[in-house]
Design a protein. Structure first.
Length: 242
């Protein structure tokens, strides 16, 4: 564990040395979530360092309570699927998805995390999986996904920070193919033994379901039992009637 933490710190330092311009740009400030998503930053604040973000959003125990392999398992057979990870952050899920899916597109608004993911995949992934891992720089209101490009869109620890959630959901609906799937994983509103994210900014499960419905998704299925701290919500894009 010590070696892994040291490696992450080293990579963060290398990335920062290559992309100091990003930390000087107030638009590169990452919102307070594990994956950056599309929440616009507060330009009045100084951008936090990449190292501090990695420490905050990828704590050593994250793998224990987030259970990434279980989440991926619930996404079904990914062998011939392209998965887009919105707000990929450090690539916590993307690196794992690359070992299951046909391809993973790690979508991120912070250039520093793009550089970090491009670096760490060379360390943590075998060459065959590196080829499946693509990073993509997005904007706060556009995922930069092409229509039909991704079969499944994954949004982890990010949904509560979307500024215009229903509007952004409609954007995701537009780029999904017919019968494409959206998977949202976020924190339960109830009291939890963690300090972040604060309880007052978390969303009730019913609100996420309602917003998905408002955006036009159907076949909405919720699971608030598999994970101790989070719920998993899946929804699909209905086929267009000719």
């Amino acid at each position: 564990m010590y070696f892994r933490i040291s490696l992450l710190a080293l990579l963060a330092s290398l990335v920062l040395s290559c992309s100091n311009h990003a930390s000087e740009d107030p638009t590169a400030i990452m919102p307070a979530n594990g994956n950056s998503g599309t929440a616009k930053p507060d330009s009045s604040k100084t951008a936090p360092s990449l190292d501090s973000l990695l420490t905050k959003y990828d704590p050593p125990d994250r793998v224990l309570w987030q259970k990434p392999e279980l989440v991926i398992q619930k996404m079904g057979d990914l062998e011939n699927k392209v998965v887009a990870d919105i707000g990929a952050g450090s690539g916590f899920f993307s690196r794992r998805l690359a070992q299951h899916a046909k391809k993973v597109i790690a979508v991120e608004v912070d250039p520093r995390f793009i550089h970090f993911m491009d670096s760490i995949k060379l360390v943590e992934l075998a060459p065959e999986y590196q080829k499946r891992f693509e990073t993509r720089l997005a904007t706060y209101d556009n995922s930069k996904l092409k229509p039909g490009e991704a079969d499944i869109i994954l949004v982890v620890n990010t949904y509560i920070y979307f500024q215009n959630r229903v509007q952004y959901l409609r954007h995701l609906l537009e780029v999904l193919p017919d019968d494409g799937q959206l998977v949202i994983v976020d924190f339960k509103k109830k009291r939890l033994p963690i300090s972040y994210p604060p309880q007052d900014i978390r969303l009730e499960l019913w609100r996420v379901e309602k917003e998905l419905q408002q955006a036009g998704f159907n076949n909405i299925v919720s699971d608030d039992c598999s994970l101790d701290y989070q719920y998993i919500v899946t929804a699909r894009k209905g086929r267009q009637v000719q």
